[in-house]
Each structure stands twice: as C-alpha cells, then as structure tokens.
Ligand binder design. Structure first.
Ligand code: SF4
Length: 375
C-alpha cells in the first residue's frame, strides 16, 4: 500500500492564515504540469514492486488545473506505476472553481473524491480570511457536487476571530444539511510570517481565546457523532466506508511519494522534501535533477512520530508494535511515561493499545510530547 501526493502550487488569492507553498501568479502553470509529469517518471523506481492505492492532488489549489492537465498527470501515474483497480483519487477544490460544468467534467474523469475547501458558509468569516470564494458559492458548489459525486469531504475552520458559538453551530448545521459523508475541521492557527499574524500584531484583529476554540471543538464532536460520523482522527470525521484512504495510510506510517515543489515523501525509513520555490523546482526537474533534501530518521524520530500521529487517531498506539518495531527500551519508556496520564484519565489502555480519551482529546499533542523519547 502506497500513495502519491501531487502538490499544485498555485492559488487565486493568498488566504491570510496560510503558510503552505503556493504562488498567486499562474504564469508557470503549464510548465509546472510538464515537470510534475517528469518528476513522476524520474522517481518511478522508488515504487518498484509497490502498488499505488491513492493519488491525492493537494495544494495550493489543484482545482485551478484544467481537466486536460489533471488527466495528463494521472495518465503518467498509470503509465509509470502499478496502480490498483480502483484507487482513491482525491482533488482538493475551492468553491469558486467548481462550476457545474467543471463538476460534470470531473465526474467523468478518474477523480472519484472531492475535497472542497468551504472553510465557512459565512461572508464575514470568508472575508476575514481573504478566501477567494463567497458564501453563496460555498452552498451552491455543494448542492451541485452532491448530484455528481458520492465521495465528498469538506474542510471547515473553527476558532476564527469574530466567529461566535452560534455561527459555528450554524456552519455545522449547513454542512450536515448537504448530507456529505466526511468532514475535516481545523482550528485556525496563527502561523509565523502570515498576514493574520501581522493583523493581530497591529491590533486590527483580536486573537481568539483558547477556551472559545475548545468550546467549538467540543460542540463539533458532539454534533457530528450524533449524526453518525466517527471521529477517527483529531481533525477528521467520517461515516463508515468514507474515511480518507490517503490520510489514513499516512497516519499508519505507509510509504508515499510527494511530487511537486515543497512536497514531502516518506519511504519507511527516510523523509525527504522538495524545494519550495516554483522556478527553482522547474529548472532542476527540467535538468533531470531532484531538488530535494533528505533526512534519515533515527529510531527515536520514528518512535516519536508514531506516538504523535497514533494518539491523534482512533487506532491509537500499540505497545506491541512499539516493542517489535523500535525495541523493548521504547516500550518500557512509554509504559512508565503513560502512568500519570492513565491516572488523569486522558489516556486509556486496552489490549495493549493506548488511545486518547474524550477528556484528553484537545490535549493530544501535549500528551504525545510527554511520551516522546528524548535521549
Ligand atoms: S487556497 Fe489553500 S493553499 Fe491557497 S492560500 Fe488559501 S489556504 Fe493556502
């Protein structure tokens, strides 16, 4: 089981909170598609003997690509890699790109899962975040997409400055009314060097209190679980059969190749990442060079990553796997470190699997950090 992630580094506008790699100039879009295809060819040996089960177009804004451009990239994947009969092929899309015409065309393409960046159904929130779409487009694209796609997920953001509890509840109600099978929700975080950070520093935007973001999160879990969604990862809620196969493979430590500027890859031992500069990326790939850096992960790094990602999921952290994969030293270490959290009832141990309890959910990253092995 392995996945291919393809990063499309273009956006119409820069959202105030975003620290992903993208350019708002589409000048190099055609050249980019060419070199993405070329990188797929250059790296095919990394997946020799491996079957691709998921293909994920992320960004940036992949829905800025034309259908022909998407199909060209997918064709190269099929040509150069071994792909299962029905892979999950996800396209991240923004509402303003999803006209009825585009949705119909996509539904006839190999893309079988849409991940739509709704973020909020309210104009005030969308303007505050500098999103490219408006509230009407957020609703309309979902109404149309539902007619042509079964597997749809949307992203929503909570803890937005100025977002009341009532507005957040209304957002969830709107999402549920569309009867989509999967929802991802993220707390708005203030990343360094973003426009949002500057707006807060200048006092033009008031920072959100942690207690309000926590209240949003708690309401979210309650409302979605009541509607039959399973909270299977910290930010992800899905009805059975609709979990993200791509992301689940990533959380379970499977291999993936990241194609495109800034994309990360993991081969089971090492992590690598491509340069986050479109022009330098295009130049290097054109000259048959991979513009990437590699980090060899130590056993300690892999143990820490497993604890971090595992505690965020419903599958938790297996103490047996820790012993088998990293060694008895790590199993003994976590067995001591977890005691305090078991007493506090923020962790639960059952059949040698450690999971976060309801009480510990919002604290999972801090708890994981306490279980990290630092030599
Ligand atoms: S559309 Fe997505 S990638 Fe582009 S700026 Fe907004 S949040 Fe970032």
């Amino acid at each position: 089981m392995a996945g291919i992630y393809i990063h499309i580094p273009f956006c119409k506008k820069a959202c105030h909170y975003c620290d992903f790699h993208f350019s708002t100039s589409l000048k190099y879009k055609e050249a980019m598609v060419e070199v993405l295809c070329k990188e797929l060819v250059l790296r095919k040996d990394e997946f020799s003997g491996v079957t691709v089960e998921t293909i994920y177009f992320g960004g940036g804004t992949p829905s800025l690509l034309s259908l022909e451009e998407l199909q060209k990239i997918i064709a190269v994947v099929y040509q150069e890699y071994k792909v299962i009969a029905t892979p999950e092929i996800t396209l991240e899309a923004n509402p303003d790109d999803l006209t009825e015409e585009k949705i119909i065309a996509l539904s006839k393409s190999p893309v079988n899962r849409l991940s739509i960046g709704i973020q909020s159904f309210f104009e005030e929130d969308l303007e505050m975040m500098n999103r490219a779409h408006n509230a009407k487009e957020a609703q309309l694209c979902l109404t149309i997409a539902k007619q042509y796609f079964d597997n749809i997920t949307i992203d929503l953001i909570y803890g937005i400055p100025g977002m009341s509890m009532e507005r957040w509840q209304q957002n969830i109600e709107y999402a549920l009314a569309h009867k989509i099978p999967h929802i991802s929700c993220y707390a708005l975080t203030v990343e360094p060097q973003t426009a949002l950070e500057k707006l807060i520093e200048k006092g033009r935007v008031a920072p959100v209190k942690d207690s309000l973001a926590l209240a949003h999160f708690e309401y979210l879990i309650e409302a979605l679980e009541k509607e039959g969604f399973e909270h299977y990862e910290f930010s992800n809620f899905g009805q059975s059969e609709y979990y993200s196969k791509n992301n689940t493979a990533y959380w379970l430590g499977k291999k993936y190749i990241g194609i495109g500027p800034s994309a990360h890859s993991y081969n089971g031992k090492d992590r690598s990442w491509n340069i986050n500069n479109n022009i330098k990326y295009i130049k290097a790939i054109t000259e048959n060079e991979l513009p990437s850096e590699i980090e060899e992960l130590t056993t300690e790094d892999r143990y820490n990553e497993y604890v971090m990602t595992g505690l965020r999921t419903k599958w938790g952290v297996s103490l047996t796997r820790i012993k088998d994969e990293f060694g008895i030293k790590y199993q003994e270490y976590i067995s001591v470190q977890m005691q305090h959290h078991l007493k506090e009832k923020v962790l639960n141990l059952d059949k040698n699997i450690l999971t976060i309890t309801k009480k510990g959910k919002f604290l999972s990253d801090g708890i994981a950090a306490d279980l990290f092995f630092v030599d």
